[in-house]
Design a protein around this ligand. Structure first.
Ligand SMILES: Cc1cc2nc3c(=O)[nH]c(=O)nc-3n(C[C@H](O)[C@H](O)[C@H](O)COP(=O)(O)O)c2cc1C
Length: 396
């Protein structure tokens, strides 16, 4: 019997996953990326597109903004929601909401967030170090999904794990956490080949992904590789160098949602479409802005669009006045007016636009609760910190 994680991967048609990115992978962006994959494969494949991370406690409390963040398009399949949480009880309660109310087909758990505000309290990428707590969260999430689904006569919603290599090179957790996730019934394990202390600096260590593939081979569970996939060629290389069953793509698609078209084409054996010239990029930008207005409303939509401008225009010759104007738009009409001022007859700039983009911070010492690393089995004294880590977080 194949592992259920492969069934989940197969639902996307291609083993390509849009990485959850806070502030980016809202319903508008997911639709934009999905459309690209569908167009490039004539509807044959889409991939899997994960929401921004959702704080478990906010979901349990039914915060309005959180309920908006988990909303999906009618044609979104599977509906993938990422949960962030540190308390097994709260994470399980959030899983119950999603499964009981049939709001997701896939639940991903975030154990990779390196944001100091989160790790300082023992959350995100600091959490797998406390191996008992990590295991309890995965186990309770999987069990709750199974039991809640059974009460409705449905199949369990698969629960997956996304993590980094560890806290730092002296405190690696990925092999042990990977085994624990497999034992507790996770559907897949996705590994970002960096430690928390590396943030987004340097290059991702793909050998750690290969190592995890080897380690989890006896469990039959798929391992997905994440980190520094900027092109379809990188994706193919990730698979061939690591043996990963699928890939997770984050920053490479910022300002380049057509990367999902290229990836879907590549994984289905089609010719990979070329990157677009500025005229087509501008059309994608306009469409993205329009989708953001539809999803976030006429006020928030254009404002949210502003953060994408520099990524879309990277490498093109566009005057500073236009870039700055676009980075301050309040309406779709303003987007149109600035695009109209561009010289749209420009080809794709090439390699300059195909490397690192988005967060690239070099590493630094990880902020942790005092004494966190002393003993992986000691949780006493950290419980208040851990619970506080649930509050007010975004991004990872
Ligand atoms: C702006 C931004 C927001 C992110 N938010 C999340 C998040 O909400 N959940 C998560 O698990 N990872 C988050 N990440 C990490 C990515 O999912 C991914 O693991 C990381 O960027 C490495 O992949 P890449 O090299 O393809 O970008 C975020 C990354 C960025 C750049």
């Amino acid at each position: 019997m194949t592992h259920p994680g492969y069934d989940l991967l197969a639902r996307g048609g291609v083993p390509v996953v849009l990485a959850p990115m806070a502030g980016i992978t809202n319903r508008a962006f997911r639709r934009l990326a999905r459309e690209q994959a569908r167009a490039a494969t004539h509807g044959a494949a889409t991939g899997i597109y994960v929401t921004e991370m959702i704080t478990s406690r906010a979901l349990v409390e039914r915060n309005d903004e959180t309920m908006r963040m988990i909303a999906t398009d009618p044609d979104e399949s599977p509906r993938s929601v990422q949960l962030y949480g540190v308390d097994p009880v709260t994470v399980a309660a959030a899983v119950r909401v999603l499964v009981d109310e049939d709001r997701a087909d896939h639940i991903d758990l975030n154990f990779g967030c390196p944001v100091p505000k989160v790790t300082r309290k023992g959350g995100g990428s600091a959490l797998p170090w406390k191996r008992g707590l990590f295991r309890a969260i995965v186990r309770d999430a999987v069990t709750t999904s199974r039991e809640t689904a059974r009460a409705h006569g449905r199949e369990p919603v698969p629960v997956t794990v996304k993590m980094r290599k560890g806290v730092d090179d002296d405190h690696l957790t990925y092999l042990e956490a990977g085994r624990a996730a497999a034992e507790e019934g996770a559907a897949w394990v996705a590994l970002h080949g960096r430690t928390a202390s590396q943030l987004y600096g340097g290059t991702a260590d793909w050998t750690s992904i290969a190592r995890l593939v080897e380690e989890l081979e006896p469990f039959g569970i798929p391992v997905l590789g994440n980190g520094d996939i900027w092109t379809a060629a990188d994706a193919a290389r990730m698979v061939s160098e690591t043996g990963a069953a699928g890939i997770v793509v984050g920053r490479g698609c910022l300002g380049r949602p057509w990367l999902f078209g290229q990836l879907a084409a590549s994984f289905t054996g089609r010719a990979v479409p070329a990157d677009p010239g500025l005229r087509d990029v501008a059309a994608v930008m306009r469409h993205h802005a329009e989708l953001l207005v539809e999803v976030l409303g006429p006020q928030k939509g254009p404002r949210d669009f502003r953060k994408h401008i520099a990524w879309y225009l990277k490498g093109f010759a566009v005057q500073r006045e236009i870039r700055q104007g676009l980075a301050l738009v309040d309406t779709l009409d303003e987007v149109d007016a600035w695009i109209a001022k561009m010289d749209l007859d420009q080809p794709w700039p090439g390699a300059v636009s195909e490397g690192p983009r988005g967060r690239t911070q070099p590493g630094k010492r990880v902020a942790l609760p005092d004494g966190w690393l002393d003993d992986p089995d000691d949780l006493d004294g950290f419980l208040d910190d851990i619970r506080a880590a649930e509050l007010d977080v975004s991004g990872g």
